[in-house]
Design a protein around this ligand. Structure first.
Ligand code: DMJ
Length: 523
């Protein structure tokens, strides 16, 4: 009798377990399993990164806190101008008080300022503004309306990067879904055996065109695409990056680790063929850490950092490149011993540096500190000091787009040179990185000088900030454009410069080239 009862209890228990298992199975089918795995992923992210600080981060020094509040008020002024006169458009024309929909975005109404600003608003704790931006992304961002040719590079660094950073900071799936939606429409550009994409895409038609983009364009995808694969579970993004670096770049000839900005590859009907006789260029091309080359080098170091220091191939390429920089590009000015980088074009040295090149100060310092290479840190600090000179030698205290080193000029624009300042971030970016790495007070001092100069010359009373056509003219000659990267980068780096080190800590986050922070794996 006892045996029968035991068997009966056993069978009932077995049936009960089956019932529970099938109930759970049914519930799993009912629920969005992707959402479950997302929340597990995000929870594990948070628990592993228990001390992660993405808001707050007040400095202990009251004077620094006042400065940071001031930067936040600049963000409010920039944002309010955009909201009032250009909401939903890409950028603001602050003087004519109308939308700016030209330049890199063509006529597409992509709310570039909104997407580029999401993470800055969140980090600064501007939550009403952030909520309005989120609503726009949820309800009004319409890629089908973007029926124009856009730069693949810009779409990636600003839109995909901006949405991914918003997802990383908040865990809100909307941003990840939207980032993937944009990225999926970029994929036709990669449809060739090299995975080096076409330079232009049409997000509405899902087509691409334009042939090979320059080095900095095809070499500035890895941070966003690798993270996309991590958070979507789709390997397609990572596989394109692998193919670019592991297949293509190995076939390329380089000059001491430096790559020419243009590649030439023979086109076979509609596809590109890769073999070692077909990827080539002549040595009369251009080698530069400035426009067209810059963020290719930036992403080599940062891919290694993002991978939790496991992506050794990227690190090797980065180290070879910095050796090439030391060997081929570093020069010292005659009068003031300023360190600068030349460009090599058609085998001739050009002693001109761009504002864009000033990101390199922060990059070399970051790589040097992480790897214990003091020489790299010194080069980074010296370049940043030169970039600071390009600012303080002008009457406006804002730096020109390009500056020269000749017998007569040191870190100054030539009289016929590019004297404009379009609210670019690179000099301030390097101040921020060097401040975090060294705590040398000069970087905060220099950052504050830049704040004062921007306030004096670029602030438009009715809302927003404008670039300048000529930094050498004390009388403001505004270009009437508030670039979206002013809110994404310039103001974010300034805010972080006057924050405690724990806010977006450099050992937890890596900034994409548009200053959108993405998490470092495994910390
Ligand atoms: C930004 O869009 C990015 O920083 C890019 O890498 C270079 N140009 C602008 C800012 O100057």
């Amino acid at each position: 009798m006892r045996v029968i009862r035991a068997r009966l209890i056993g069978r009932c228990f077995f049936a009960f377990c089956l019932l529970i298992i099938s109930y759970c199975g049914a519930m799993l089918c009912l629920f969005d399993t992707q959402a479950i795995s997302d929340s597990i992923f995000f929870a594990s992210l948070l628990s592993r990164r228990g001390t992660v600080i993405v808001q707050g981060g007040d400095d202990a020094d009251p004077d620094v806190r006042i400065k940071r509040e001031h930067v936040k008020s600049m963000m409010k002024h920039a944002w309010n101008g955009y909201v009032q006169y250009a909401w939903g458009a890409n950028e603001l024309c602050p003087i004519s008080r109308k939308p700016h929909n030209d330049s890199i975005y063509g006529s597409a109404r992509l709310g570039a300022t909104i997407v580029d600003s999401l993470d800055t608003l969140f980090i600064m704790g501007m939550m009403d503004e952030f909520d309005a931006a989120r609503d726009w992304v949820e309800n009004d961002m319409n890629l089908d309306e973007a029926n124009v040719e856009l730069s693949l590079f810009e779409v990636n660094i600003r839109l995909v990067g901006g949405l991914l950073a918003a997802f990383a900071l908040t865990g809100d799936n909307l941003f990840r879904q939207r980032a993937e939606e944009v990225a999926k429409r970029m994929l036709p550009a990669f449809d060739n055996v090299t995975s080096i994409p076409n330079g232009r895409i049409n997000l509405s038609a899902k087509t691409s065109s334009g042939g090979w983009p320059v080095l900095a364009e095809w070499g500035t995808l890895s941070l966003e695409f690798n993270y996309l694969s991590d958070v979507t579970g789709s390997g397609v993004y990572r596989s394109h990056i692998r193919r670019i670096y592991e297949t293509t770049i190995n076939l390329m000839v380089n000059m001491d680790g430096l790559y020419p900005v243009n590649i030439r590859m023979r086109k076979n009907k509609t596809k590109y063929d890769v073999d070692d006789t077909r990827i080539h260029w002549n040595n009369f091309d251009k080698y530069t850490l400035g426009a067209a080359g810059d963020s290719f080098y930036e992403y080599l170091l940062k891919s290694w950092l993002q991978s939790g220091k496991t992506d050794d191939k990227s690190l090797a390429l980065y180290l070879q490149a910095v050796n090439g920089v030391f060997k081929k590009l570093v020069r010292t000015s005659k009068k003031s011993n300023l360190t600068f980088l030349v460009e090599i074009e058609y085998e001739r040295e050009q002693t001109v540096m761009g504002h864009l090149t000033c990101f390199a100060g922060g990059l070399f310092a970051l790589g040097g500190k992480t790897l214990g290479l003091e020489r790299h840190v010194e080069l980074g600090a010296a370049l940043t000091s030169t970039c600071h000179q390009s600012y303080v030698r002008t009457p406006t205290k804002l730096g020109p787009e390009t500056f020269e080193f000749t017998d007569d000029l040191e870190a100054e624009a030539d009289k016929n040179g590019a004297k404009y300042y379009i609210l670019r971030p690179e000099v301030i970016e390097s101040y921020f990185i060097l401040w975090r790495l060294t705590h040398d007070p000069r970087y905060r001092l220099w950052g504050w000088e830049a704040v004062e100069a921007i306030e004096k010359h670029c602030r438009i009373p009715t809302g927003g900030y404008s670039g300048l056509r000529n930094v050498d003219s004390a009388k403001p000659d505004h270009d009437d454009v508030q670039q979206s990267f002013f809110l994404a980068e310039t103001l974010k780096y300034l805010y972080l410069l006057f924050s405690d080190d724990s806010l977006i800590a450099l050992d937890q986050w890596v900034f994409n080239t548009e200053a959108h922070p993405l998490p470092i794996k495994g910390v």
